[in-house]
Design a protein around this ligand. Sequence first.
Ligand code: SAJ
Length: 430
Amino acid sequence: MSFQVCVLGLGYVGLPTASILAVSGQRVLGVDVDPARVAALREGRLHLQEPDLNTLVEAAVRSGNLEIRERPAPADAFIIAVPTPLGPGRRANLDQVLAAARTVAPLLRSGNLVVLESTVPPGTTRDLLAPLLESSGLRAGEDFHLAHCPERVLPGAILLELVQDERTIGGLTPACADRAAELYRGFVKGQLHLTDCTTAEMVKVMENTYRDVNIALANEFALIAERIGVDVWEAIRLANRHPRVQVLRPGPGVGGHCIAVDPWFLVQAAPEEAALIRESRRINDAMPARVVRLLLREAPPQNGPIALFGAAYKGDTDDVRESPGLAVLGLALEAGYEAWVYDPHVKTLPCHASRLRSLAEAVRGVQAIVVLSDHSAFRRLDVGEIAPAVGRRLVIDTRDCLEQRAWREHDFRVLRLGDGRARRVEAVPT
Ligand code: SAJ
């Protein structure tokens, strides 16, 4: 039996895409090279924590339209959605894209469509993917269709964004874009914008670079505010009252597999021109060290253990990829801290795993709590429950996400990243 769509890579993007195609009536083959993941998915066990994804995958499997295997099979359309991490020299490591394409090439038939969803440096679809797929003997853009349709979904809201977001579809030729649009029209409610594949690649990395540069600006504002004695959070709130200003939020750094990575794809494409982009990466990458410097000043390691609240890179998810919380943990351990991590969403840490504790264990006897993820559980935390267990009542909020009043009521000193007012009070002569 031939499939209508074969999705290669069953991660954050591939799995929901395969499932949604299946429930919308297509016969889908989902492929992943990780045997453990394939086995788990076949038993209906999910490796991702994502709202409603379980229900969708179950529905897809139950519909009989979704099969999961380790190798691809002939299909009308192939969607490649595998990771493109940073490799040596901060250049894109395209090994997984190329490996996936190599397994597709021998299966290609005239009239097939191949779509690359993975984020890649501009030029990849045309200059690397097309020649590789042409090893099949078929010509890209003539015998088979080739397109880049970058994913846009936001971890934590994947299902919603998969359906609602507008999508850019870049074809190797206009006919390729049209054919890809037909496939996506089946499940995307947002508008589809057709262009060429290199523009589509550029659009995707621009989106995440735009965000990274703007977060770097917010972080730089925080550092300036600390230096000159201003509360950056209040300053940002007021600046954002301007109808054409929308400053983002400072924080302990930028995590995830996208925003901290994609800007390097533009640096790779045009190293001399991408000066602002490179500097923004440097600013954001330096934020975990900045948090540790604040800690060293307020709660040096010899004074006792510390608790780090939040290992996930973003609120209300279990996603620890490139997490600033883990970067802070690593630096704190290097600086000589005894540090424990508490995260209500995260079951295991990819490094320093023994540091993950329950709430009660994490706060016992600590001289400071540092909040690194903006989980709503932290905002709702019963401060009265943990207050008696800590050694010293100090909380450092790097995301301005706590109910400060609740902490102060229990005699906690509350410090926030980017709030320089404490220093201004010290500096003002009486
Ligand atoms: N962050 C800040 N300040 C802010 C906003 C975010 O410090 O004001 C931090 C977050 O805490 C987090 C990181 O930035 O550590 C990135 O988180 P995010 O929620 O902004 O984005 P991602 O990486 O989860 O998803 C992004 C999205 N891109 C954009 O919003 C432009 C998503 O739509 C993309 O699909 C995804 O990257 C991707 O795959 O490229």
